[in-house]
Design a protein. Sequence first.
Length: 193
Amino acid sequence: MLSKASESECMISPTPSNLKAGGWQLATGVLAKTPHLESCLDAVEHVPSEGRGQRAHLIVVRFVPTNKVTRDDKLMLAFDALALSEMLGTQISLGKIIHGDNHSTLNVKTAVLELDVREHIAKIASLLASSSPPDLVLIPHCAECEFQSLCQQKALDRDDLSLLSGMTAKERKKLHDKALLSNTTFTASDCAN
């Protein structure tokens, strides 16, 4: 990306006012910060308008090392676009994910994902506002977490269904709802047997 733009058209860690000004093509290390959102964007492209009277538009860029792009990658890109949109007061409806060994590019309509992103933000805000911790669920990310052993022990003590790595969240919810209806408790031991 940097090789396609001249040095004078590139910015590193620009301020919001620099992003609103013209004369640049690529910005890296962009901090999109509002009172309620914050994201460090990998890059932002400035695409000049194609005709008179039309505004230039910005494209948020996210780099993903894997060859396969997941829905979570797209949602993270949409979050980046939302944070930048709110900071600059302008709609950013398109993003790019550059991914994999061959640096493939996937264009993503971030505006389509905005509602999902806002729902996730609302759920996170609700969890943060709650005085009680969220339900314990062991997930693949646990292997990278500093609290892995603590959560693993809690799950073992409660014989939690999330100990069964082959069980999906949907299956756990179904068993949990069934238990609530019948006033019983399903444990990992019950399901393993």
